[in-house]
Design a protein around this ligand. Structure first.
Ligand code: FES
Length: 147
């Protein structure tokens, strides 16, 4: 039921971890299942995403979509990263079963939350970016959220 690409990214997820002193950090929860995702972005003075890492307390589909999403935003500008939607991530993974589509939203929302955090810290606006709805603030989540 899962594509080979999904299985491959689930088994060998890229960019797992955290970034110290990240330019932006976003933590979001999935309203459907309660799973949690945190994304760290390292963004340079040209607004290019130099590095990205994620940690999740989520299912295999969340791991695979986050792995692919981090690969897709790395090296992009913050504006380009806005175009990396969950749909684009699912396409890059050759699809997800319909019941797992909500899992792919975690990565998109966490990236947006991290971009929002970055924009706020730098007093800038990113075209099309809205305040994250499900942002979870530091210290509110469980200690055992690690992937
Ligand atoms: Fe929660 Fe997939 S079931 S993220």
């Amino acid at each position: 039921m899962y594509s080979e690409k999904v299985m491959e990214h689930f088994q060998n997820p890229r960019n797992v971890g955290e970034i110290e002193n990240a330019s932006g950090v976003g933590t979001v929860g999935n309203a459907k299942c309660g799973d949690i995702m945190r994304i760290y972005l390292d963004i340079d003075e040209n607004k290019v995403i130099k590095d990205v890492k994620f940690k999740t307390f989520g299912c295999g589909a969340a791991v695979a979509t986050s792995s692919m999403a981090t690969e897709l935003v790395k090296g992009k500008t913050v504006e380009e990263a806005m175009k990396v939607t969950n749909r684009a991530v699912m396409e890059a993974l050759d699809g997800l079963p319909p019941v797992k589509v909500h899992c792919s939203l975690l990565a998109e929302e966490a990236i947006h939350a991290a971009l929002w955090d970055y924009a706020e810290k730098h007093g800038m606006k990113i075209e099309g970016l809205e305040k994250p709805k499900s942002d979870i603030h530091e210290g509110e989540e469980e200690e055992d959220e690690e992937y």
